[in-house]
Design a protein around this ligand. Structure first.
Ligand code: NDP
Length: 303
């Protein structure tokens, strides 16, 4: 059972043993779900996907275009022995480019420049005084996305210190980065939202950051304690926060983050380069179908 969104990309390449059912709406998906052995249930809205996954009682393999499946009933799927593959890496390039854009836009005061153009105002000086070159970055998460962020920022002559759950040469471990927070100009979050990472940046971490530090979050909103962040931004304890993700999403219309001059909020857009993302996901899925049929492990599987 698959979303009709990916039909043109997948259908011509489906092997004979697959009997595809395509859905357009949540209602159709719910109706088809109990028949599904393999499910690609992606919709723009995540809530219905939870319902659909629960209704898919014969499911053996769930595939998703998303990298973060923290919203899915993963415990239930695991209990039922369902294999889960996700979209890790599928939009990593576009997210890494977005991070560079957010950082440059902040460093060069680009938001002010756009406003000046709208006012037809010929600014005599650049509102942005920062250079990325020479600045130090703490990069929390060195996976598919973090790895690409690192190489791009190093091309700007930044020093990037990564944090990985598994540590490794040149990387900090989860227990090692907090005491070093004061050494960095930028803190970038590129971790999944897990019990270990939820709220990993709270009041004490924000207090330990430099006054010129900028927090960049493209991971998940709940990795940051958002109320503590608002307070730190209001009190100018850090220079700015560049947030592609918030908690909750969409950010409520009256939320203070919208109006803070030192907060840049983008609408979970960093990974939305749909064409390439869908193509990559479809390619990976078709390759996985072959493996699945031969009884080989499909990849990448969520642990
Ligand atoms: P990966 O699984 O490839 O990488 C995750 C990285 O986080 C790994 O390096 C992992 O360490 C590290 N990590 C995990 N737990 C911890 C911890 N407690 N402390 C420090 N590091 C930790 O994922 P991706 O790079 O593809 O994606 C990361 C997250 O970004 C996704 O889970 C998703 O939530 C978010 N995302 C956001 C998008 C957006 O549009 N804004 C789009 C896509 C994803 P190790 O290498 O040792 O395993």
């Amino acid at each position: 059972v698959m979303s009709a969104l990916i039909r043109p990309l997948v259908e011509p390449r489906l092997p004979d043993w697959v009997e595809p059912l395509w859905f357009m709406t949540k209602e159709q998906a719910l109706e088809m779900a109990p028949e599904a052995e393999i499910g690609w249930f992606d919709l723009n809205d995540k809530e219905p996907m939870i319902e659909i996954a629960k209704a898919a009682t014969n499911l053996k393999w769930l595939n998703s275009i998303y990298a973060g499946l923290d919203f899915m009933p993963l415990d239930l799927l695991q209990e039922r022995g369902v294999t889960v593959t996700n979209g890790v890496g599928i939009n990593a390039i576009t997210i890494a480019e977005y991070v560079v854009m957010l950082m440059l836009a902040h460093a060069k005061g680009y938001r002010e420049v756009v406003r000046a153009q709208e006012r037809h105002d010929w600014l005599l000086d650049s509102p942005g005084k920062r250079e990325l070159s020479g600045e130090r970055v703490l990069l929390v998460g060195l996976g598919a996305i973090g790895g690409l962020i690192k190489t791009r920022l190093e091309a700007f002559d930044m020093t990037v210190v990564p944090v990985r759950r598994s540590g490794g040469e040149g990387n900090l471990r989860p227990g090692e980065w907090r005491e070093k927070l004061g050494e960095f100009d930028w803190v970038i979050l590129a971790v999944p939202s897990t019990d270990e990472t939820k709220g990993m940046i709270g009041a004490s971490e924000l207090a330990a950051m430099r006054p010129n530090a900028v927090l960049v979050n493209i991971a998940r909103g709940d990795v940051v304690e958002q109320d503590a962040l608002v307070e730190a931004l209001q009190a100018k304890k850090i220079e700015a926060a560049l947030l592609d993700v918030t908690d909750p999403e969409p950010l409520p219309e009256d939320h203070p983050l919208w109006d803070l001059e030192n907060a840049q909020v983008t609408m979970h857009l960093s990974g939305r380069a749909q064409t390439k993302m869908f193509q990559r996901s479809a390619d990976r899925f078709v390759e996985n179908l072959e493996r699945w049929h031969k009884g080989e492990p499909v990849a990448p599987q969520m642990d």
